[in-house]
Design a protein. Sequence first.
Length: 425
Amino acid sequence: MALTVLKGTIVSAPALGRLEVVKGGYLVAEDGVVRGVFSALPERYAGAAVEDFGDALVLQSLADLHLHAPQYPMMAVGMDLPLLDWLNTYAFPTEARYADLDYAREVYRRLARDLVENGTTRVCMFSSLHRQATRILMEELERAGVTGYVGKVNMDRNGAPDLQETTEESMAETLRWLEECRDFRLVKPMVTPRFTPSCTDELMDFLGKLAAERGLPVQSHLSENRAEIAWVAELHPDCGQYWETYAKYGLWNARTLMAHCVWSDERERRAMKDAGVTAVHCADSNQVLCSGVAPVRAMLDEGMKVALGTDVAGGSSLSMFDAAAAAIGASKSRRILDGGETGLLNAAEAWYLATSAGAAFFGAAPGFAPGGALHALVLDDSRLLQPHPLTPEERLERCLYVRQPGAVRAVWSAGRKVFSAELST
Ligand code: GUN
Ligand code: FE
């Protein structure tokens, strides 16, 4: 049996708004499966090799539940347009390049490594419409040790001349891609209609049936931008609200992720809650693309499932620490816009959303629950000055805001050490 024993200031998020802290604690995994967090090493592990990180924070690694892999090279470029213009001007031409498989390999290898170095070990990710490049993306994620779901994007209308499939191509390529996915261990396929304007009714119907038949999860975009919502209403006059264009085709259930939901009103949010759909809040992207300020506090108060995403490259950072800080910022903007009436998201809540809430989509229990695969990172914040001796909770809060190059010292994903700063220098 392989034992992993990590010693440090162990902080986990077992529930929304609650942090569990064990100073000088031991996080133990057997064969990559968490056995517990202990204040003293249990007798049965006596003699085990301990990786002692001193006072550094031992944290859960992060889950990015929405990003666009092919857009990574254009991150923080072209941040001056609203969604629909931004897609046509920047995103679609960038994605069209992934017909070139050498280019795909180069970008995706780098992306996978950068995710791990930022402490992100679980993802739900959009590829482009290209089947082969999507497979390359999955290979590179798996090679780097990133786990999760990847979607070959479906888009058979309103794309660009070099970024659109026929309906038949989209269906056939999706089926072929699913065949090719069988051998992946850590990275699995996810049904991915880009968003309603990108997919004909025939394609949506096919994808809904495919997801149901094969028990596949689904990801898409919902109510991100007001022009988009108006367009969807024109395309589907029979649907009272945007979400119904997904529900109509069976793309609306407890294994569905919907990115953004900026403009989802109480009725749309109720439909998400009733179906168990997860809203993926991408606060940075919502600001970059001037989409709006999502009511993240209201979503949580109403009992909806909420996770966080970077939405690279609508979002301008690959770091989920930034995504968590942006979510807190969005809750503050929402409060200002609501006349000071709405509550804020605090650091413990944002941390829960960035870790445990995302992990929940993969069926993982929150925090470092015994029985779960080890997903962890070590964060060394010792180079920051302290105004007074900070508590671990205060240290974690500041780590959401202050980027510290090289502070992530080591990362474990699915039980395996996938990054070590010592080795990487
Ligand atoms: N809606 C449809 N496609 C996209 C995309 O690539 N990024 C974002 N942010 N929204 C979208
Ligand atoms: Fe997106």
